[in-house]
Design a protein around this ligand. Structure first.
Ligand code: G6P
Length: 535
């Protein structure tokens, strides 16, 4: 593998200062540096990756055994080796019939049965057949969950606003009582359905919020609140302990990672909001991308191209972060969703075999919708001392035909930003601008320096016809597989998350001290903070 990394490093060392725009002079760059998968179009041409570098990156993926690892994942092999689990979120959206065995048992019947139960429940609630205690239809759904049991449906809820024809959906995740209090304000408990979503059903934030929200329901409905409850979990026995009727519990298996779980019961709030048919379209989009990932040649494979671009920027160029900038207000929560998907999956420092990683792994992922970001941090993107590779997302068409002029502005801005990042503005051009503004002599030079854009800053663009359920399904699956491919090249386990455990343990130990016990065995900084935070 070494020579491939060296080839890439050498390529970059020789071409670091080359203009990205000049790469378009040679041959049909776009034919190689763009690809489509059903409704998605990916353009990675505005990067400093040339033909030789792309060849080497593709060789890197091959040498890492990508094809075998991919086959192992889809076949249900236990590739999450620290937890001894298969990784089969793809099975939740698959319509294939051939048996898929985990520990010798076909997992497909249970998936189909749960999806059918979810559909009956969701359509029952939406039609009013499954109603509140008083018989009135449910008007609101409150989902209580955190991390993977929150971010997916919360992100999709915004994305699917134009399709929302069911009850309103609300999300309580943070253990901060303010989240529960502010979310419940203005909602009527008499017509609210509460879903407790937790893979493990032990997460302290979710259990605490559930007790609080149950109390809120009891205050309005009396002790019997069962008709207002549902649960989503892998731990069915724990849901019964909380008094949730088995018929209202939607289970899934431990081979669905929390941050990969919105395709199954964790997606129940989405199904309630947009209906079973639209939810199936969402699954179909993801399944289409799964098929593309498995079958398209690596050089035209969207997740592979996106991952290799990520590896180039992270490992070869040394960029620490990547910005995801959706020019789509309804994808406002996509960056937060991707932070968990990407950073919890690939924020790792040891390889599968327990030895230290050889290269930097996942970058910081962050972002905000365009055009809002333009008026906040884009200054940094264009003229800051760090280079930040950017990923733009844009739809050809909006859901508001009567506001088409808004969408035209959105598109023009998105394209302008990738162009400006790549082309920049030379000192010479800036001097002409300064002249036109009336500056002369050294003041003209000084003003021009501030108005110069270095350019040569890379970006990729994902374009799609319209933000439909099918397209969102494709998009999310694309990012999932991108994370997978990067993880394979880095030889890490993208499916565990041991890094979240220590804080949880220490919080348990600190709770009694926060509540008044003497601070014991704590460093002076923590002890002083404990004193200060006591009410
Ligand atoms: O769904 P739950 O079991 O409640 O877990 C919620 C979240 O908490 C954990 O700490 C993990 O880091 C996340 O991956 C998970 O999604």
């Amino acid at each position: 593998m070494k020579p491939i990394w060296q080839t890439l490093e050498q390529n970059y060392a020789e071409n670091k200062a080359r203009s990205i725009a000049s790469l378009f002079d040679k041959g049909d760059r776009l034919a190689r540096f763009s690809a489509t998968a059903d409704e998605l179009y990916l353009d990675v041409a505005k990067t400093n990756i040339d033909d030789d570098a792309l060849d080497a990156l593709l060789a890197l993926a091959e040498a890492a055994g990508l094809a075998e690892r991919r086959a192992a994942m889809f076949a249900g092999e236990k590739i999450n080796t620290t937890e001894g689990r298969a990784v089969l979120h793809t099975a939740l959206r698959s319509s294939e019939a051939a048996p898929l065995l985990v520990d010798g048992r076909d997992v497909r019947p249970a998936i189909a049965e749960t999806l059918a139960r979810m559909e009956i429940f969701a359509e029952g609630v939406r039609s009013g057949k499954i109603a509140s205690q008083s018989g009135a239809p449910f008007t609101d759904v409150v989902n209580i969950g955190i991390g993977g049991s929150d971010l997916g449906p919360a992100m999709a809820r915004l994305a699917f606003a134009p399709y929302q024809d069911g009850p309103r959906t609300h999300f309580i995740s943070n253990v901060d009582g303010a989240h529960a209090r502010d979310t419940l304000r203005g909602i009527d408990p008499a017509t609210t359905l509460v879903i407790v979503a937790s893979k493990t059903f032990t997460t302290i934030e979710t259990m605490t919020n559930a007790e609080t929200v149950f109390g809120w329901l009891r205050g309005a409905l009396g002790e019997k609140i069962g008709t207002h409850l549902a649960a989503v979990s892998t731990a069915q026995e724990l849901t019964s302990k909380m008094g949730i009727d088995r018929a209202r519990v939607f289970g899934f298996a431990d081979w669905v990672g929390g941050r990969y779980s919105l395709w199954g019961p964790v997606g129940l709030p989405i199904m309630l909001a947009i209906g079973a048919e639209r939810f199936r379209e969402f699954l179909d989009g993801a399944a289409a991308l799964d098929a593309h990932f498995q079958n398209a040649p690596l050089a035209q494979n969207l997740p592979v191209l996106l991952a290799l671009t990520g590896i180039w920027h992270r490992n070869i160029c040394g960029y620490d972060t990547r910005a995801v900038l959706p020019y789509d207000q309804r994808l406002a929560r996509l960056p937060a969703y991707l932070q968990q998907l990407d950073m919890e999956s690939n924020g790792k420092r040891v390889q599968m075999d327990g030895t230290a990683v050889e290269r930097d792994t996942g970058p910081v992922v962050w972002g905000e919708p365009g055009t809002n970001g333009q008026h906040a941090f884009y200054q940094f993107l264009h003229q800051g001392t760090d280079v930040i590779p950017v990923e733009f997302l844009i739809a050809a068409e909006a859901h508001e035909p009567e506001l088409a002029h808004h969408h035209d502005l959105l598109k023009a801005n998105c394209l302008a930003q990738s162009e400006a990042l790549m082309l920049g503005r030379s000192f010479e051009e800036a001097k002409q601008i300064a002249s036109r503004l009336g500056f002369e002599g050294t003041e003209r030079e000084r003003q021009a320096a501030h108005r110069t854009f270095p350019g040569n800053r890379p970006s990729v663009t994902l374009a799609y016809p319209k933000l439909t359920p099918f397209v969102l399904g494709q998009l999310i699956a694309l990012y999932e597989h991108r994370v997978f491919v990067e993880g394979v090249v880095w030889k890490i386990n993208s499916f565990d998350q041991w890094g979240v455990e220590l804080g949880k343990e220490l919080a348990n130990a600190l709770l009694p001290m926060v509540q008044g016990d003497e601070a014991k065995d704590k460093d002076p900084s923590t002890t002083a903070l404990l004193e200060r935070l006591r009410e």
